[in-house]
Structure formats: structure tokens, C-alpha cells
Design a protein around this ligand. Structure first.
Ligand SMILES: Cc1ncc(COP(=O)(O)O)c(C=O)c1O
Length: 389
């Protein structure tokens, strides 16, 4: 068998090393607390489960819904955007369903990037951005996210040559992995920059509904001129705990959405009808589930951060997302810290370097276990750090 070289361009090595370590530890009988994967352990609203279970018994639920899905879903997305962000969207041209935002984020590159074309990608960044670009053999222009700038990129570090050749720019706030949040002023700067250099902005808004301490994340599309330069990807995975029932949607610039639709209509036949209907119920429902999620993650965040600080590990409390981004203690490299912590204490985190070179020196903690498990993880971290002293 001769495999395509693109398989080698995917950032699999750190993840496969971690998966291998996890497997070995499990086989050796080690009790693990896995805070590495951002998959919610909470359940969707009962109404969502009810729609999926009832509709999946109906014969007509099994047809292709095609890439644009059903009009009621696009309308529900547009109404939700109006209510949540006061952004007007035309459900016919400015909303496109996707099978999870990952589907949209990976295929958007196919619509814009020819071999060798450039895209600006945050570093550290959620891996699909670099991998999606690598799959179409594009050139990555890394956009550093640094602590000294609160993990907001400094657009002035992008050279005129790089800005002029970039066709796409990816952004993501509240951010994975850094858990940072964006300001209105920053989004305004982005719109001006994108208009000046003719760059399409793709804002990944997977975590707009996970925020704490009174902070309310905004939509990129609330910025004047944003719809002329870009689109926003939303996910029902974290907002409504529907991660396995693959559903998201992309909104904004109609020409960008048409191009994405053309690519996707040659790849898939749309989302399972009961999932689209469940998405409508979720979007039309009360914000109770969102408030509940926020409370849950906030309590976990506080247990983790306060406990680690008491154990001598300094880190700050994030305003959004389901993650904590913490500097690696004891000046260790992120991968060796993660391996040691997993082996000695059975707590699994993600090394920052897995998200790009600017992630080195940090680890990402996913708040994806209940309070008791997080408390236990903190106890183990304390023991681990004491042993290292
Ligand atoms: C920043 C970010 N974007 C997109 C996704 C993909 O989410 P979905 O389940 O909608 O594909 C994730 C999932 O963890 C994420 O963290």
C-alpha cells in the first residue's frame, strides 16, 4: 500500500503519543482522571432527546436532507442569532447547517485555498485549523496568541507581504485552548484588517454560550462590516451538549456560504432529519440548559483553579470556554509535564505544544468531569507537585 503524503502532514504525533500512554496506563490498571478531551459529560435538554427518539421511529425520517438541510432549521438559526446577538440573517442565503462546526471548519479551506495559497491560523489553535489547511496543501501563516496580549493576536506583527498573500484568517473566541475572550474593539480591528487585505475571516464561535462571572461573549457578526468580510461557525455540541449528535451552522457572508455549500454538496447528503429537528427544539427552547451548563463549568473551574493555586500552581480563572489554560509549573516542557503527571498521578491533560509552538510552556485542562473527580484531580496534582519539590 502506498499512502498519500498528506497523512504525514496532519498533527497526529503528540495526540498519538498521549493516546498510547493512556492505553498503557489503563492496561496497567492505573485509575485515570481524563481531563484531556473537550467532550461534554453533561446531557442535552430532555426535549432534544425526546425529538430524536420519537422522530427516529418514523419512516420518513430517513431521507437525505441534503446540504442546506430543512428550511425550519435555517430559520431557527436566524431567529436565535437575532434574539441572542441582535444580528439579522437571511435564512435562505446567510445560514448553512453543518455536521458539527468541525465539518464546516475543515471544508472551508477547500472553497478558498489552492495548493500553496496562504491562510492565517492562530497559534496555539484548535487543531482542525492547521490540519484542514494541510489537507489542501495550503501555507500556514501562524498568528501568535500570547499571554502578554491576553491571547488576542497583534495583527501588526503580520507582515504586509503575508497579509497581502493570505486568503483566509481563522479566529476563535472564547478561545480553545487559551480560554481567552475577545473585545468589540478587537473585532473592529479585524474587520478593517480583512477589508484592507481582502481576507475572508472565519470566526469559530463554538464557545459563545459558555461564559462566567457576568461576561457575555459577542458574535463577530455584531461588528459593523463583519458580514462583508466573513462568516461565523456555531456548534450545538457545547451549547446544548449535543456533541455526538453532529450539528452546527455557519452564518454570515452569502458568497462564502454558497462556496462552502458547493464543496459540501459534493461530499455529504446532509444531517439526519431527527437531529435537525432536535436542533430546532434546542435553539427555540429556554436558556435554562445554557445557564445550567455555565453554573456547572464555573463550579468546576473554581474548584480546579483555587485548588491548584493552594497547591502552589499559579493560574488564572478564565471568563469563557470549558477549559483552563495554565502555565506549566517547575519550568518543565509541556509534554514531559503531561506525561509525568499522567504516569505518577493518573491525571491526563493536553500539553500546550499540541496546539502549536506558542502553546509550549502551557497545558490545557478540560473541565469535563464532575466536581468530585475534579477535587480528586486537584488532590493528586498537589501530591505530584509536593513530590517534585
Ligand atoms: C474551538 C472549537 N471549534 C470547533 C469544535 C468542533 O466542534 P463540533 O462538535 O461542532 O464539530 C471544537 C470542539 O471541541 C472546538 O473546541
Amino acid at each position: 500500500m502506498e499512502f498519500a503524503t498528506r497523512l504525514n502532514t496532519l498533527q497526529t504525533s503528540i495526540y498519538s503519543q498521549l493516546a498510547e500512554l493512556k492505553r498503557e496506563l489503563q492496561l496497567s490498571g492505573k485509575d485515570l482522571i481524563d481531563l484531556s478531551i473537550g467532550s461534554p459529560d453533561l446531557s442535552p435538554p430532555h426535549s432534544v432527546k425526546q425529538v430524536i427518539s420519537q422522530l427516529s421511529l418514523e419512516d420518513h425520517a430517513y431521507d437525505y436532507t441534503l446540504t442546506r438541510g430543512i428550511p425550519e432549521f435555517r430559520e431557527a438559526c436566524a431567529n436565535w442569532y437575532k434574539k441572542r446577538f441582535n444580528v439579522d440573517l437571511n435564512p435562505e442565503t446567510e445560514v448553512l447547517p453543518v455536521m458539527g462546526s468541525q465539518d464546516g471548519l475543515s471544508h472551508i479551506f477547500w472553497a478558498f485555498i489552492n495548493k500553496g495559497d496562504a491562510a492565517i491560523i492562530p497559534d496555539p489553535g484548535y487543531p482542525i485549523y492547521s490540519d484542514g489547511l494541510a489537507l489542501v496543501e495550503g501555507e500556514k501563516i501562524p498568528l501568535p496568541l500570547e499571554e502578554r496580549n491576553n491571547y488576542l493576536p497583534d495583527l501588526s506583527v503580520i507582515s504586509v507581504a503575508n497579509a497581502s498573500k493570505a486568503k483566509l484568517m481563522i479566529l476563535n473566541y472564547p478561545n480553545n485552548p487559551t480560554a481567552a475572550v475577545a473585545s468589540h474593539e478587537f473585532f473592529q480591528e479585524v474587520v478593517e484588517f480583512a477589508a484592507k487585505y481582502n481576507i475572508v475571516v472565519c470566526h469559530d464561535a463554538a464557545y459563545t454560550e459558555l461564559a462566567f462571572d457576568g461576561y457575555k461573549p459577542m458574535s463577530f457578526l455584531q461588528t459593523e462590516g463583519a458580514k462583508e468580510v466573513g462568516v461565523e461557525f456555531h456548534s450545538l455540541s457545547k451549547t446544548f451538549n449535543m456533541a455526538g449528535a453532529r450539528l452546527g451552522f455557519v452564518v454570515g457572508n452569502a458568497k462564502v456560504l454558497k462556496a462552502l455549500e458547493t464543496i459540501k454538496s459534493n461530499i455529504d447528503y446532509g444531517t439526519f432529519r431527527p437531529i435537525l429537528k432536535a436542533g430546532i427544539v434546542a435553539l427555540q427552547g429556554s436558556r435554562e440548559i445554557i445557564d445550567r451548563n455555565q453554573n456547572t463549568y464555573k463550579k468546576r473551574r473554581d474548584i480546579w483553579v483555587e485548588g491548584c493555586i493552594r497547591a502552589g500552581w499559579q493560574m488564572s480563572k478564565p471568563k469563557g470556554s470549558m477549559f483552563v489554560w495554565a502555565p506549566v509549573p517547575k519550568n518543565l516542557k509541556s509534554l514531559s509535564f503531561v506525561k509525568d503527571l499522567a504516569t505518577e498521578a493518573g491525571v491526563i491533560l493536553v500539553p500546550g505544544v499540541a496546539f502549536g509552538e506558542y502553546g509550549e510552556g502551557y497545558v490545557r485542562v478540560g473541565l469535563v468531569k464532575d466536581e468530585e473527580k475534579i477535587k480528586e484531580a486537584v488532590r493528586r496534582v498537589r501530591g505530584f507537585l509536593t513530590n517534585k519539590d
